[in-house]
Ligand binder design. Structure first.
Ligand SMILES: [Zn+2]
Length: 633
C-alpha cells in the first residue's frame, strides 16, 4: 500500500499495489484527528475488500459497477467494526449511506443501481453515491432479510464459483436464492431476484403511507415512489418492501419477524395489516432502517411519536429516531406533512446525546439553512437552532473547555465537534470568541509549526472561525503553516480554512491558484477548494463569477474529468434561491455546453435540486420562519 501525492481519487485497489491519496492512508497521532483516523480505517478496509469484490470476481460490464463498489463499501463497515468495535462503524456507515441515498435518489434525474452504460464517457459519472451507497445499503438489506448465515454461505459460493472470472447481478441472485431455498426460502415464496430487481433496476425508492384504524388494531399501507419534486407524469414503480413494525410495548425487542409488502400490493389499493398495538401506543416502521424508504403516518400516530420522543426519547430505538427525523423533515419539505409536526418532533433534540439522531436532525435543518442563509430570516433560524443545541453544546464540551473531553469515544468526539461547528455558526454566545482566543494562542506560540495548542478534533472549526472573522493576517498565518505542514491531514485542514475568509480579493486569488499549475493548491485538491469557496456565504458570489467566466480554464485544469466538474456545478446550483439565478445559469449553459458534456448527469441533478429549492422558498419560507419564531420564544 502506498500513499501518492497528487492522487485524484480516494484510492485504487490495484492487485498487489493499492494506491491512496495521502489523507486516506497516512495517520499521525500528533497531527491527525479522530475523524481522519476513522477515514483511514474505512478506506483501507474498502480497498482490501476490493481484492475479492472487483479483483477476484470482476463485474462483467460497467452497468454492474455496484457489485464492486457496493460490496467494497459494505464490507468496509464490517471490517472497521471488527477492528474497532466501539466505533460502531456497521451502524454508523449504514445510516450515512441510507440518508444520502434518500436524498439523491429522490430526484427524477437519479439513476438505477444497475445502469446501462453505452458510452465510455458515462463511466466516470457512475462512480457515484448510487453505486457506492445504495449498492451497500441494498447488500445490508439482503443480510437482514436473508439472515447472516445464509448470506455468508451464498456469498462464499459466489466468490468461489466466479473466481478469476466476471459476474453480473443475476449470478449473485442465483447463489443467494439457492442457499436460501436450502433453508426453506423466503417468506411468501418470493425469490431473491424478484425482490432485488425491484431495487436495482428501478430508480428511486418508495414512500409508504400508513393509516391506522385505531378501533380495529389494524393499519393500511400504500406505496409509491418518493420524489423531491412532484412529477407531472406519475411513476409506475413499486417495490418488494421488507417491513418490521415496532410499537411502544415491544420497542426494546427488535426481533420482530420481517414481513413483506409485495411489489403489487399497496399500489392501486390500500394494503391491510393486522397489528397488536393499542390505540394509545405509537407504531413505527423501519425502526432498524433495513431498507431505503420513507414512511408517512396519520396525524394521530405522528402525535403519539412526538409525545414519546419529548417525554422519554430513548423509548424509541436510535435508528428509529434517525428514520423519524429524516422522514418528517423530508415529507414537510415536499408538502406531504405539516412543518408543525416536523419541528415539534425536532424539539426533543434538546435532550439528544447520541450523535446519529442529532446529526440527522441538524442535517435536515441545514437544508433549510442553505436556502435562507442569505435572506433576512436567517436570524430567526439561528435563534431556533441555538435553543435546540445550546445545552448539548456545553454538555459535550464545546470550545470553552479548550480540550476534547472524551477523546477515546468516537460518538462523544463527533458530538463535541459537530455541536461546536454548529454553535459557532449559530452564534451561541462565547463560541466564536473561544475559537478566536484559541487561535490567537496558537499565533503567539514560539514555534507554531511544532506547537499547536488547539485540540486536533476542533481545529477545522477553530481555524475557519478565526480566518473568517480575521483579516489577511490570520489568512497568511494559515498559509504559512500549510506551506510547512508535513502531514497531509494537517495540510488538508489548513487548505480548507483558507476558503473561510470573507475577503473577496483573497478568495479570487485562491480560486485562481486552484486552476493554475505550480501554485499553493495542488491539482488533487483543486475541486475541493472551489467547492468549499462556493459553499461559503460570501465565497458563493465570487465563485459564481469565477465559474461563469473561467469555465474553459477549469475544464482544462480537470482534464475534462466529468466527476470533478459535476461536483463544482452541483455545489454552485445548490446555492441558488431565485429563478433569476437559475435562468442565468441555463442561458450560460447553452453557450458552454461543450465543457459540460462529461458532467451531464450531475448537471441535470443540480438543475432539478435548484428547482426544488426555489419552489420550496416560494411556498414555505414565510410559514416555516413563523413557526421557527414561535418555537424559539
Ligand atoms: Zn472502491
Amino acid at each position: 500500500m502506498v500513499a501518492i501525492p497528487d492522487f485524484s481519487a480516494g484510492a485504487m485497489e490495484n492487485w498487489g499495489l493499492i494506491t491512496y491519496r495521502e489523507t486516506a492512508l497516512l495517520y499521525d497521532k500528533t497531527q491527525s484527528s479522530f475523524l481522519n483516523k476513522e477515514r483511514v480505517a474505512e478506506v483501507i478496509a474498502h480497498e482490501l475488500a476490493h481484492q475479492w469484490f472487483g479483483n477476484l470476481v470482476t463485474m462483467k460490464w460497467w452497468s454492474d459497477l455496484w457489485l464492486n463498489e457496493g460490496f467494497a463499501t459494505f464490507m468496509a463497515s464490517l471490517g472497521v467494526a471488527e477492528v474497532e468495535p466501539t466505533w460502531r462503524a456497521d451502524r454508523n456507515y449504514a445510516v450515512d449511506n441510507i440518508l444520502s441515498v434518500l436524498t439523491l435518489d429522490s430526484l427524477e434525474s437519479s439513476h438505477p443501481v444497475s445502469v446501462p452504460i453505452d458510452d465510455p464517457k458515462r463511466i466516470s459519472e457512475v462512480f457515484d453515491e448510487i453505486s457506492y451507497r445504495k449498492g451497500s445499503t441494498l447488500i445490508r438489506m439482503m443480510t437482514m432479510f436473508l439472515g447472516e448465515e445464509i448470506f455468508k454461505k451464498a456469498l462464499h459460493n459466489y466468490l468461489v464459483k466466479y473466481s478469476y472470472q466476471n459476474a453480473e447481478q443475476d449470478d449473485l441472485w442465483r447463489e443467494l436464492t439457492a442457499v436460501s431455498q436450502e433453508y426453506g426460502g423466503l417468506a411468501r415464496n418470493v425469490s431473491v431476484k424478484e425482490v432485488m430487481d425491484t431495487w436495482t433496476t428501478q430508480t428511486g425508492y418508495p414512500l409508504l403511507t400508513v393509516s391506522r384504524d385505531y378501533s380495529q388494531n389494524s393499519l393500511t399501507v400504500t406505496q409509491k415512489r418518493y420524489l423531491a419534486l412532484n412529477s407531472r407524469s406519475p411513476t409506475t414503480s413499486s417495490w418488494w418492501v421488507p417491513l418490521r413494525v415496532l410499537c411502544a410495548s415491544d420497542a426494546q425487542d427488535s426481533n420482530e419477524p420481517i414481513e413483506w409488502l409485495a411489489a403489487n400490493e399497496g399500489v392501486t389499493t390500500e394494503h391491510r395489516f393486522e397489528h397488536g398495538a393499542d390505540p394509545d401506543e405509537w407504531v413505527l416502521f423501519n425502526a432498524d432502517m433495513i431498507a431505503p424508504y420513507r414512511v408517512n403516518y396519520d396525524k394521530g400516530n405522528w402525535e403519539l411519536l412526538i409525545a414519546a420522543l419529548n417525554s422519554k426519547h430513548t423509548s424509541v430505538p436510535v435508528l428509529g429516531r434517525v428514520q423519524l427525523l429524516s422522514d418528517a423533515f423530508a415529507l414537510a419539505w415536499t408538502n406531504q406533512l405539516d412543518y408543525n409536526i416536523a419541528l415539534q418532533l425536532a424539539n426533543y433534540l434538546k435532550r439528544e446525546s447520541e450523535y446519529l439522531p442529532l446529526s440527522t436532525g441538524l442535517k435536515a435543518l441545514a437544508k433549510i439553512e442553505n436556502v435562507i442563509k442569505r435572506t433576512p430570516d436567517y436570524g430567526a433560524f439561528q435563534k431556533f437552532v441555538r435553543k435546540l443545541i445550546g445545552e448539548t453544546y456545553f454538555k459535550a464540551g464545546g470550545l470553552a473547555t479548550k480540550k476534547i473531553i472524551n477523546g477515546d469515544d468516537l460518538n462523544s468526539v463527533k458530538l463535541q465537534t459537530a455541536t461546536s461547528a454548529w454553535a459557532c455558526r449559530m452564534k451561541v454566545p462565547g463560541c466564536e470568541e473561544n475559537a478566536i482566543e484559541l487561535f490567537r494562542s496558537w499565533m503567539e506560540t514560539d514555534n507554531p509549526d511544532e506547537n499547536n495548542p488547539i485540540p486536533l478534533d476542533l481545529r477545522r472549526t477553530v481555524y475557519c472561525v478565526a480566518v473568517s472573522r480575521g483579516s489577511v493576517l490570520q489568512w497568511r498565518f494559515v498559509l504559512a503553516r500549510k506551506q510547512r505542514a508535513n502531514v497531509a491531514a494537517a495540510r488538508d485542514a489548513l487548505l480548507h480554512a483558507l476558503t473561510c475568509t470573507r475577503e473577496v480579493w483573497i478568495l479570487t486569488q485562491y480560486l485562481e491558484w486552484a486552476i493554475t499549475d505550480e501554485t499553493e493548491v495542488r491539482r488533487q485538491d483543486a475541486a475541493a477548494v472551489i467547492v468549499s469557496v462556493t459553499h461559503s456565504t460570501v465565497g458563493y458570489y465570487v465563485a459564481r463569477e469565477f465559474i461563469y467566466n473561467r469555465i474553459q480554464d477549469i475544464y482544462n485544469a480537470f482534464n475534462s474529468e466529468g466527476r470533478r466538474l459535476g461536483g463544482i456545478i452541483k455545489a454552485l446550483l445548490e446555492q441558488f434561491t431565485t429563478q433569476r439565478e437559475l435562468d442565468e445559469f441555463l442561458k450560460w449553459r447553452e453557450n458552454n455546453s461543450k465543457y459540460l458534456e462529461d458532467a451531464k448527469l450531475s448537471v441535470n441533478q443540480a438543475i432539478e435540486k435548484a428547482t426544488v429549492n426555489i419552489a420550496w422558498l416560494n411556498k414555505n419560507r414565510r410559514s416555516v420562519v413563523e413557526r421557527l419564531r414561535e418555537l424559539s420564544k
